[in-house]
Every structure is written in C-alpha cells, then in structure tokens.
Design a protein. Sequence first.
Length: 347
Amino acid sequence: MSQTTPRTATPPAPDLTVSPSRRTPGERPGDPTRVDVAHTVTVPAAPAVVFALLAAVERWPLIFPPTVHARVLERAPEGGGPERLQLWATANGGVRTWTSRRLLDPARQRISFGQDRPVAPIAAMGGEWIVRPVAGGSEVMLTHVYAAVDDDAETLAWLEKAVDGNSRAELAALAEAARDAGTGRDTGFTFRDSLRIDGTAAAVHAFLDRAEHWAERLPHVARVKLTEDLPGVQILEMDTRTADGSSHTTRSVRVCAAPHSIHYKQLVTPALLRVHTGSWLLTEDGDGGVTATAEHTVVLATDAIGRVLGPDATEERARAFVRDALGRNSSATLRQAKAFVEGTTGA
C-alpha cells in the first residue's frame, strides 16, 4: 500500500463561470417555454482524463456530491454510442430518480443526455457535457435545456435552483477529481465483509431495510431517524458508537431494491472521509442460505488525517483505521442479521 503525503492546504477553487439563462418559446403552440443555461469550469487535466471520468457513470457517486447511485441499463459499445441509465441524486434537499439516455462521442469529447420520461411537473430535461483542450488542461461546459409543465413559475424557480446548485457542485468536484486523476493520485479504496446466513434473501433484506429498528437491534447504533418519501428511497440519519465510547452522526440516502440489494451514500461523513458509498448485497446459494456482503468504497479526506489521528499519522494508517472502523460495524450488523433471521425462521 502506497503512502502519500497528506494535503496541507485546500486546493484552489476552480475557475467556474455561468452563462445567463435564456428562455425561448416552445416549438409548437401550447409547448412550455424552454430554458437554456451553461456552466463552465477549467481544470488542469488532459481532455482524455476528464472525458473518462464523465463516461464512467457508475463512479459518479464518488465524484459528484449530488449523485447517490447510478445503474447502467444499456451500456454503450466500445468506441462510443448510445446508452441508457438510471440515476438517483439529491436536489434542493430532496432525492429524485430518473432514467436517461446518453450518447457518448469520444472523438468529439462530448456526451449528450436527456431524461427518458420526465415526470410532471418537469416537461423536459436534457443537456450536454463538452470537453475542450485549453492551455494547461481542459475546459468543461455543462449545458442544460429544461421546461416545466404549463410553464409553472414555482416549478421553474425550483428547477433553476436545482440545476444551478447541482451544476456548480458537480463541476467543482469534477475539477478536483480530474486534478487527482491527472497526477495519478488515488485516495479511494473498496473492501468487503461477507457472512452466510441460513434463510432467504428477502428475510435478510427486511432486516437491513427496516433500519428504524436498528437502535434496538444493533449495539453500536445509538439513534436512528428514517424517512422514506419515495418507495425504496430512504434518508437515514444515525448516531453510531465508536470503539472508544464516543459517537458520530452520519446521514445517508439509501436505494433499496428488494430482495437483493441496498445501495447508499453518506451525505454527512466522519471527518476522515471525503466520500463514503456502500452496498448490502444478498445472493442466495440454492441450499437454503444466502451470502450477505457489506461493501464499502471510500475516498479519504487526506487533509484531516493529522487532525484526527495525530500529526505523525500516515495515509496508510488512515486506510487501516477506516477499514477497521467501518468493517467492524458492518460485520456486527451482519452478525445481528444472522441471529435475527435464523432465530425468526427457526433455522
């Protein structure tokens, strides 16, 4: 495991500009007004590096703060082409999900996108990522074209705020990710813990899904608040006890797909982590049992290592500390799930 000198200063803010929104009438009588807006950032990385980050949509939760989970439904062929995907993302404090079609054009370094079936009150939503070479790196333009059903003023204001806020957050995060990728720096890693449970995937999923009961069922959980405004999309706030007796608060969005998976992203993370995404994955073995796997992918906040672990702490020590802390809690959850399901089923 390589050792990297922690950052001692916050990277400079990216050079981000916004083109004013333009509103144009609908193409046909009765069509809603179309709003066009563009956000632009310059980054010190080659266009090929930036385009690769944008093309790898399944890694977007690690790059873009608003993106919670991404699933490719139809993958583009090598060399570019059309693909279809589903995204879950935060917007104005809530969570939304939609399916989109994208067209990847590596030769021109462009990715166009548009929502498949916009849900009212959104009438249309699409845009394009455009990567251009500039002196010392790349210019990235993110454009959006959208419309609200019946030109509803309140919806248009909500969309304007959501598009602007998410675009700014995404471009700033893309600049940092491209900067790290361009220098070969990688502070992220993935690890897993698994346990076989006698029972069905549905029974284990039910234990993991109903996290509002975790304060009663899991010794390391002190407090839980769970909301589920969209079926299968949860916001989970939790106080977790640590090995030294203290506790920390996390807030996550969870995408629950019974009976085989729960994917989540922490919106409020411990001090050592810049990003933390995870999954509960359940696979039945055909012999009356299920393998339950807790998977974590994290990106270290390297500038916090000295503050949290001491001035002499290394990145290697931080990785080991995070692996131990997260693995200990998720393994404890798996053991409690095993005891609960096997006790409930009588296995």
